[in-house]
Design a binder for this molecule. Structure first.
Ligand SMILES: [Zn+2]
Length: 273
């Protein structure tokens, strides 16, 4: 049984400020180590729960944050950027997915570094429902028939996960007070809780399967940007239309195509901002 793990950085215990998640500096170096060790806790839990194979997909920023030498040797690491499925690369063929170190969607408060894929995005809606990275990525997992069985991060992302994914196991490793402040568990306590929850989530799968998140087709994607110039740029995507001055919409029978269109819209918007 293969368990696939997407690991982000904003939801790791001890991480609260922007300078910890940028790609250089001593605070970033400390944060990426915390990230690697939380990933290990999830790997260990998956193995203890019965996984025979574990894949870890580095899912933050340029996606080369996890320190390979510190990662549990049982795991295969997907590292680096321009992956066709981005934060969801490698999920195909897995029996279960974990989201570790995740954060709440843009516009959530209090929530540590809330955002949805990029700072240019105010909100993403799929079939009319606001979705953050949990929802957007869980729907890619669902496209491949893979259920998300574990989500870890702050208390805000845990609430978001519980509303969206029935049967998911969650661990809140910190309680948010604002966008840049939280009460954090000690890293060792966070890792112990993640290990335990990961093991339980995998063990539970055999008795109580968790349903993958599957969106009804055609999928309607709506991306509301921070300003109109970003929407101007995103409208270059073939088949897209302007819903309102800041919002670009696209409908497609295939969710994977809509997901890729969303990422292309965001890349264009970042250029056009
Ligand atoms: Zn991130």
């Amino acid at each position: 049984m293969r368990v696939w793990i997407s690991v982000d950085l904003e939801g790791v215990s001890g991480v609260v400020l922007q300078r910890q998640i940028k790609d250089q500096g001593p605070e970033y170096e400390a944060a990426r180590k915390l990230m690697t060790l939380e990933a290990n806790a999830a790997v260990e839990g998956a193995l203890a729960g019965g996984a025979s194979e574990v894949v870890v997909n580095d899912s933050h920023s340029h996606m080369q944050n996890i320190l390979p030498e510190l990662l549990n040797p049982a795991a295969v690491l997907i590292s680096g950027e321009n992956k066709p499925l981005s934060m969801v690369q490698g999920v195909e063929g897995a029996s279960a997915a974990f989201f570790v170190g995740y954060h709440a969607q843009a516009g959530t408060s209090p929530a540590v570094i809330d955002h949805t894929y990029a700072g240019v995005v105010r909100q993403v809606r799929l079939n009319g429902r606001p979705m953050g990275e949990i929802g957007i990525n869980a729907a890619v997992c669902g496209y491949y028939g893979v259920p998300v069985v574990l989500v870890t991060g702050d208390d805000a992302v845990v609430r978001e996960a519980q509303e969206l994914l029935p049967g998911v196991t969650t661990v809140a490793v910190k309680k948010a007070f604002s966008r840049y402040a939280a009460a954090c568990w000690h890293p060792e306590r966070a890792r112990a809780a993640i290990r335990q929850a990961a093991q339980a989530a995998v063990q539970r799968l055999s008795q109580q399967p968790v349903a993958p998140l599957q969106l009804a087709a055609p999928v309607r994607l709506e991306v509301e940007f921070a300003n109109t110039a970003m929407a101007d740029a995103a409208l270059l995507i073939p088949g897209s239309l302007r819903l309102d001055p800041r919002t670009v919409a696209l409908e497609h029978p295939d969710y994977l195509t809509a997901f890729k269109a969303m990422r292309a819209m965001i890349a264009l918007a970042e250029e056009g901002a």
